[in-house]
Ligand binder design. Structure first.
Ligand SMILES: Cc1cc2nc3c(=O)[nH]c(=O)nc-3n(C[C@H](O)[C@H](O)[C@H](O)COP(=O)(O)OP(=O)(O)OC[C@H]3O[C@@H](n4cnc5c(N)ncnc54)[C@H](O)[C@@H]3O)c2cc1C
Length: 374
């Protein structure tokens, strides 16, 4: 290391004596950042979460909450394996969190139904299922008569059949982040809300985070700031991959319980119902930067697609419309980046709710393997 580097290291270490903070910094208090902090706490690490707004207030609050390898995975890939692994971890993840937080979480192992309204759509579903089976995703064919019997509200005209994915599920992401924040606080993790991290500097023996709280020294830093991850100023590390927002509108209807007891999908549209009655339909995919405006024409388009699947929805307007920013990157980044002191956890795009347990497990395992617990 150069003299300048030595001097910087010393300066940062002196600073650490003043600002002595917890050992791991997590930047971003969305579902990914909070899950990592909680998993680290369970492994004996202390950590601090820096959140520029309200914990879980961005993509993790906006998400529909599908846990759906069946809806999202096209064939064998690294993503497919992670998605299946995470789906299998979910039941235990929710159970542990409920215990740790004392809060209930709406988690449904309900399955997902894909609908086909023409022989051609059915053929596409069957071909996709064949490729998915090679990736370990189970599904079975369902006849139109069966769908009419078990999903009585679904449009009957033109129904050609469908495929059922028994392992797809649903979670309420808002309840999940609320429980996580409580469990994290109970575990002694510091969550600094309304406290953006501005700069990270990586050294041989640790890393500093500059935030509204000044400069703090940590053993390692995990960047989990979703679509904003690459806005951080970085020093002492290779440039980190760019993160991009992909805006999505969702709409919600207040409906009687069991209106939609499983996920129901048709082409690009999905519908699911939370235990609190909210029936959600989505979602748009828009490359428009961080534009928070709600667009009537996009909500109307989603409502039209929802009413195609559930004709009774044509008689009612959605009671809620909202948007969020999926964190896209050139791939999913989970793990060390140029140094064991810097780890990335972003690029989860459409599947961050599904992938939270496996992301947290991988990051904690890497930190456990490479750093020594205090
Ligand atoms: C419309 C829509 C529907 C979706 N549906 C699903 C679904 O059904 N299933 C699924 O699995 N996924 C779904 N997703 C994707 C999922 O929401 C995301 O992949 C996931 O929430 C990403 O979590 P995150 O914690 O990385 O990001 P976020 O929840 O966005 O959290 C990042 C946090 O970092 C904070 N932050 C940013 N910069 C800084 C900084 N400098 N300092 C401190 N804090 C900072 C932000 O304020 C934010 O709270 C959906 C997304 C959208 C938009």
């Amino acid at each position: 290391m150069s003299q300048d580097g030595e001097a910087e290291n010393l300066k940062a270490e002196e600073q650490s004596a003043e600002d002595a903070d917890d050992s791991i910094a997590v930047i971003g208090g969305g579902l990914i950042g909070l899950s990592i902090a909680w998993e680290l706490a369970r492994a004996g690490w202390r950590s601090t979460v820096y959140e520029k707004g309200r914990f879980g207030g961005e993509a993790s609050w906006a998400a529909a909450g599908m846990l759906s390898p069946g809806g999202e995975v096209e064939g064998p890939s690294a993503l497919a394996s992670l998605a299946i692994e995470s789906r299998d971890l979910y039941g235990r993840f929710v159970e542990n969190l409920e215990q740790a937080s004392g809060l209930g979480i709406d988690y449904q192992e309900c399955g997902g139904l894909d609908l086909a309204y023409s022989p051609e759509e059915l053929r596409v579903l069957e071909e996709r299922a064949r490729v998915q089976a090679a990736a370990g995703i189970e599904s079975r064919p369902v006849t139109a008569a069966h769908i009419v019997a078990f999903w009585p509200r679904v449009r009957r005209e033109g129904l050609a059949g469908g495929r059922f994915y028994p392992k797809d599920g649903v979670v309420n992401p808002q309840e999940l982040v609320t429980a996580l924040a409580k469990a994290c606080r109970r575990a002694g993790i510091q969550i600094h809300e309304n406290c953006a991290a501005a700069r990270v500097e990586v050294f041989e023996k640790g890393a500093t985070v500059e935030s509204c709280r000044g400069t703090a020294w940590h053993d390692a830093v995990v960047i989990a700031a979703g679509a904003w991850s690459s806005d951080l100023e970085m020093r002492g590390a290779p440039a980190i991959p760019r993160a991009e927002p992909v805006k999505g509108h969702l709409i919600g209807y207040r409906q009687p319980e069991h209106t939609c007891a499983t996920i129901v999908r048709h082409r690009g549209t999905y519908l699911l119902q939370r235990a609190n009655g909210l029936l959600i339909a989505g979602a748009s995919v828009e490359h428009v930067g961080f534009d928070r405006e709600l667009r009537d024409e996009i909500a109307a388009g989603l409502a039209g697609e929802a009413a195609f699947v559930f004709p009774h929805l044509a008689e009612t307007a959605p009671s809620e419309v909202w948007v969020g920013f999926r964190p896209e990157s050139d791939g999913l980044h989970i793990g060390a980046w140029g140094s064991k002191r810097l780890l990335l956890a972003y690029g989860h795009y459409r599947n961050g709710i599904l992938l939270a347990p496996v992301t947290a497990a991988r990051i904690a395992a890497e930190i456990n393997a490479n750093l020594q617990t205090r």
